[in-house]
Design a protein around this ligand. Structure first.
Ligand SMILES: Cc1ncc(COP(=O)(O)O)c(C=O)c1O
Length: 426
């Protein structure tokens, strides 16, 4: 048996620390560029694009639309989440391919613009709007909007808001269609089956100006729950139980006929694939999964393809990474982390996005983020000249898509179209 001395213990301890440290030493992530992104780069250069640009791959978008539609059970409607696909042309493309007239809208400018540009569409508000915003909608809607306002379902989360909308309906001398938001477990507000829901249903029944148009129950928290001990399944069953109880309450209060054709909206991108029949919901809403930003990289959405990228030109490509005022440490940092070897400064930056091509690029937390020319570091195999493109994947679409002007539509090796985006105001 070896003799346990203080010296041996120290040596052994240092060896363990050394091995552990070596095991955590970053490996080189640089390498050849993805052929796909080289093709998109060629298309961008051929189109004369030289500024940060949001690119949508139309073939991938179409594949995602087909995946979604292909999953819908018989009788299940699809509602396009407009805020996650914030471009009229993009929504128009999806409407045609998915053959749907249903939109979910989240703010006054989008509601007004869609009412004018797609008056035949049926819009369900995805969040309750202050009654003053609803009033402004009616005051500003042009007379030739082809009755678009009759196809709007206003989302209501409390009996107080319901009373405000009832007053608005009286003032306007028109009837309003109200959809009641259900809290099916997300706890972002809305009704649960019980006394307040009862009061809401009765208030609608009593009002000559209000019509009950349905329910909306959104449950994106479910796939984020652990599967351990059936936790996730329980949450899903719990959500459906709440929905079912709310439907029964509506039937008992308003009668089966009154609820036979209501909108029973549920889901979002993270959860639409849970719905395999129409027992609870008769339509699902989803948007993000059609362009698949990184926040939607989940097991359930595996069949969907990333279809949107930020492409931005390299302004400066430098063979070594140097930190201002810390140059003495650069060599040691490079020796430790090969991904710190080289530097590019890109046109713009500081977006909610992760670099994806060339491989191995990362932000430099010491240098910091920049919206003007952002530093990215890469490994020894990074080969990128000024004016070539770096590609990033957005984390989400709703805000990021609005930061680049018209979306460049890529298909079969070419930029084939440009799709204007909505105004960034909400
Ligand atoms: C009420 C509601 N339904 C559905 C969605 C789903 O949108 P997406 O598919 O883009 O995640 C959202 C997103 O915020 C929402 O708030």
């Amino acid at each position: 048996m070896p003799k346990l001395t203080r010296r041996n213990l120290l040596l052994g301890g240092s060896a363990i620390i050394g091995v552990a440290a070596l095991m955590s030493k970053p490996s080189d992530k640089s390498g050849p560029r993805d052929a796909y992104f080289l093709e998109v780069q060629t298309a961008l250069l051929a189109a004369g694009i030289a500024t940060p640009t949001l690119v949508i791959d139309r073939a991938r978008l179409n594949a995602n639309i087909d995946t979604l539609v292909g999953h819908l059970p018989e009788g299940m409607g699809y509602r396009i989440v407009a805020k996650s696909l914030p471009s009229l042309s993009l929504i128009d493309h999806i409407r045609k391919r998915a053959k749907t007239d249903r939109l979910m809208t989240f703010n006054l400018p989008m509601l007004s613009e869609l009412s004018q540009m797609m008056p035949e569409a049926n819009q369900l508000l995805g969040k309750p709007l202050p009654v003053r915003a609803a009033k402004t909608y009616f005051e500003t809607l042009p007379a030739d909007a082809d009755g678009a306002e009759q196809r709007v379902q206003w989302l209501i989360d409390t009996t107080d808001r319901l009373a405000q909308y009832d007053d608005l309906a009286k003032t306007l001398g028109r009837s309003l269609r109200l959809n009641l938001e259900l809290d099916v477990g997300l706890h972002r507000g809305g009704f649960e089956p019980g006394a307040e829901l009862q009061a809401a249903l009765e208030a609608i029944k009593a009002s000559p100006n209000l019509e009950f148009s349905g329910y909306m129950g959104y449950e994106p928290h479910i796939p984020a729950l652990p599967t351990t001990l059936g936790w996730r399944d329980k949450a899903l069953k719990g959500a459906w139980k709440i929905y079912q109880a709310a439907l029964e309450q509506a039937t008992n209060t308003l009668g089966a006929d009154a609820i036979a054709n209501i909108t029973r909206n549920a889901a979002g991108s993270p959860t639409y694939r849970y719905y395999e029949d129409t027992k609870i919901a008769n339509e699902i809403s989803a948007g993000s999964c059609l362009v698949k930003p990184t926040h939607f990289d989940s097991d359930l959405l595996e069949p969907h393809l990333p279809a949107s990228f930020i492409a931005t030109p390299v302004i400066k490509s430098l063979p070594t990474t140097r930190m201002p005022g810390l140059e003495f440490a650069d060599g040691a940092k490079r020796a430790w982390d090969p991904n710190y070897n080289k530097t590019v400064f890109i046109y713009g930056g500081h977006w909610l996005a992760d670099p994806v091509d060339p491989p191995g690029l990362s932000y430099n937390p010491t240098f910091g983020r920049s919206s003007n020319q952002e530093m990215l570091n890469g490994g020894p195999d990074l080969a990128l000249d000024a004016d070539e493109f770096v590609f990033l994947r957005p984390h989400q679409s709703e805000a990021v898509f609005l930061q680049f002007g018209d979306i460049a539509v890529y298909e079969n090796g070419e930029i084939v179209d440009f799709w204007p985006v909505f105004d960034a105001s909400a």
